[in-house]
Design a binder for this molecule. Structure first.
Ligand code: PLP
Length: 287
């Protein structure tokens, strides 16, 4: 199959899948999701994504009717059915199917969706351009919910400006990107916003912190300002599908580019982990 859609046990090409209009995701965006990459049909960091998925669901009082192990087995099985070894592996849980009422419906089972489509990681050494945008989202950004309208709006604004990503800020404080976390290098230290309710605790962010520690790069999980972003030695955006890319411009002005060596070391270390974990001959690929 070229791509794959899954909905509560039904499977088919994405373009042919149909879902009930009363799935609460249609009325309220009432659900949570996850996304990662596969290479060689091996799903990267699967356990970490499944753990965050269950945490997001729990924060919204959603109770999956499957275990973490069952979900992992399902995803590993589905990935094998798509022709491409490199895929975007996306899944979501919605609260259920019921007439539209705001409060939770009673006696409804959650709906599990999976979407798989070909995707290979872009060249992460290519620089990207960013814009800054006021963060007008709600205060539960740590939950990976399907309510992404401000993110969609910011992402479109970035696209129209010829940029890859929009960096949110609340007043002066940088929070994260519309679909990424944001980090800076300054004076040999990696600064990244703390994992509070204003950002998603990114899996790529966690890997970046671990790799910095392994490489002897000090890490500070403390907020930084737009001013500090603009004057940083390097500015990086991270996500599970793009790992860690650095910025060349922010709001049309040159940015970063002053600490290429630690940046390259960090990117190469992240890539090495990915290739090792998804290698067909390695043992690390089995999660
Ligand atoms: N922040 C937001 C708002 C995101 O949508 C994403 C990824 O989709 C991230 C951060 C990065 O998270 P991860 O590294 O887990 O992909």
């Amino acid at each position: 199959m070229k791509n794959l859609g899954y909905y509560n046990g039904l499977c088919g090409p994405l373009e042919e899948m149909r879902v009930p209009m009363n799935d609460r995701v249609c009325w309220f965006g009432d659900g949570v999701y996850e996304a990662t990459l596969s290479a060689n049909y091996i799903i990267f960091a699967l356990d970490e994504h499944i753990n965050r998925f269950f945490n997001s669901a729990a924060m919204l009082y959603m109770i999956p009717d499957f275990t973490k192990t069952q979900l992992a087995e399902l995803l590993k099985r589905l990935v094998q059915q798509v022709d491409s070894p490199g895929q975007l592996v996306y899944w979501q849980l919605t609260r259920g199917t019921a007439d539209r009422t705001h409060a939770f419906p009673e006696h409804t089972a959650p709906n599990l969706w999976v979407m798989l489509r070909p995707l290979v990681m872009p060249n992460i050494h290519e620089k990207v351009k960013l814009i800054t945008v006021e963060d007008t989202r709600f205060l539960h950004c740590n939950i990976k919910t399907l309510n992404l309208l401000p993110n969609v709006m910011a992402s479109e604004q970035a696209k129209q400006a010829g940029c890859a990503e929009a960096v949110f800020h609340r007043g002066g404080r940088v929070t994260e990107g519309s679909h990424s976390n944001v980090h800076i290098f300054k004076n040999g230290v990696l600064r990244t916003a703390p994992a509070d309710n204003l950002i998603l605790p990114g899996i790529a962010r966690a890997h970046i912190i671990n790799h910095c520690k392994k490489l002897g790069i000090p890490v500070e999980e403390i907020p930084f300002t737009v001013e500090e972003l603009l004057s940083a030695d390097e500015v990086m955006v991270s996500s599970s599908s793009t790992f860690c890319r650095s910025a060349s411009h922010i709001n049309g002005q040159a940015a970063g580019g002053k600490a290429p060596a630690p940046l390259r070391k960090l990117q190469d270390s992240l890539l090495a982990e990915f290739y090792e974990a998804t290698s067909l001959c390695g043992t690390a690929g089995e999660e």
